[in-house]
Design a protein around this ligand. Structure first.
Ligand SMILES: NC(=O)c1ccc[n+]([C@@H]2O[C@H](COP(=O)([O-])OP(=O)(O)OC[C@H]3O[C@@H](n4cnc5c(N)ncnc54)[C@H](O)[C@@H]3O)[C@@H](O)[C@H]2O)c1
Length: 329
């Protein structure tokens, strides 16, 4: 099977490609990525000369290029997106372009080419939940331009399934963590600041709750949905690890044998959701998926990976002050 992976130089896409190339001999991959913020070639460099992996630099909004690539593949896994909520608050335009226009471009092509699309969405489309967990039919209530752009693309996809009979499935996943995540996200950022003994900044008293899944478990779920998911359906993916941010920071500091009080409370960001929670019983029951990696094990693996692979991140993290990281453009 020839897969077109979009955004495969990003965190989850890279892990997905490594997962496929290591475990599925009969699958090959074309990776299209625009090399935007968060992308990194280093992790895939081992595969650059392999017969079953090819990289194409390009944008998913490029209709002509996407038409050609889709024509040559059997299915598309759409990871490509602007993914950082804080950046969407500063400037939402790139989020509209990649996350909505990009999906629209793919959908228009799929009106004429009958290929399966697996679209990677997020638990953030449901917004902040108080005590309950969102199942697939829960109401959308996005509160950032990022989550609103992801919700919009889901609605577009559903409309193309209904009106143009395209073969699309949607996955909604909780917060991923694991090796190769770009440094501005919570877990890698905390690890790297801790390496430099810089206090980790924590929003909202660290009380915000996120539901965490090890990236390999997410990749396994995507393969189940690709091969067994029903057209027009969406599948929530969660490993049921709801943990508050401060607990995670302290666990990271403890794994690294650092002072567990080396964090500082910082101002909350606008529109900050307090809690995300997904009910993933549908994928567990219908597609026989379950997560394999406990949070303790996955977090230890992740911390060890960043400590062992400092050459992966040293040249993109520029430690300027005691409490912030400046990103090299
Ligand atoms: N990271 C998470 O915890 C999480 C959770 C749920 C869902 N998701 C979704 O999973 C997907 C991947 O997330 P990630 O964390 O790997 O993101 P990421 O930011 O690490 O990677 C995104 C990649 O997409 C590429 N890209 C962006 N816009 C593009 C465009 N228009 N054309 C081509 N390439 C483009 C970027 O260059 C980058 O390499 C996203 O769709 C995100 O919404 C992420």
């Amino acid at each position: 099977m020839k897969l077109l992976v979009t955004g495969g130089l990003g965190f989850i896409g890279t892990n997905f490609i490594i997962h496929i190339l290591n475990n599925y001999q009969d699958h090959s991959i074309v990776n299209i990525d625009a090399e935007l913020i968060g992308s990194n070639h280093k992790s895939l460099s081992n595969f650059e000369n392999s017969n079953n992996y090819k990289f194409v630099k390009g944008n998913i909004t490029d209709r002509v290029l996407m038409e050609k690539l889709i024509n040559e593949c059997d299915a598309i896994i759409n990871f490509a997106a602007e993914s950082h909520v804080d950046r969407s608050i500063l400037n939402a335009k790139p989020f509209i372009d990649s996350n909505i226009i990009g999906v629209f471009t793919i959908l228009e092509i799929l009106k004429n080419q009958k290929k399966r699309l697996v679209h990677i969405s997020t638990d953030e489309v449901f917004g902040s939940l108080e005590t309950d967990s969102a199942d697939e039919n829960y109401r959308f209530n996005p509160s950032s331009p990022y989550s609103a752009s992801k919700a919009s693309s889901e609605l577009l996809i559903n409309s193309y399934v209904a009106t143009h009979d395209i073969d699309a499935v949607i996955t909604r996943c909780t917060n991923n963590y694991g090796p190769q995540q770009f440094l501005e996200k919570l877990i890698p950022k905390a690890i790297i600041l801790a390496v430099h003994n810089i206090p980790v900044p924590v929003y909202n008293g660290g009380k915000g709750i996120r539901d965490w899944i090890f990236v390999d478990d997410h990749c396994n779920a995507i393969m189940k949905v690709l091969h067994k998911g029903k057209k027009g359906e969406s599948y929530n993916i969660s490993a049921s690890n709801e943990i508050d941010v401060l607990t995670i920071i302290k666990q990271i500091l403890s794994i690294m044998n650092k002072d567990i009080s080396n964090y500082e409370l910082s101002e909350d960001r606008p529109g900050h959701d307090f809690r995300y929670s997904l009910d993933s019983s549908k994928i567990r029951k219908e597609l026989n998926w379950s997560p394999k990696v406990s949070f303790e094990e996955g977090l230890k693996t992740t911390v060890e990976w960043y400590l062992k692979n400092q050459e992966w991140w040293k040249d993109i993290a520029d430690i300027k002050t005691l409490n912030s990281i400046q990103w090299k453009s």
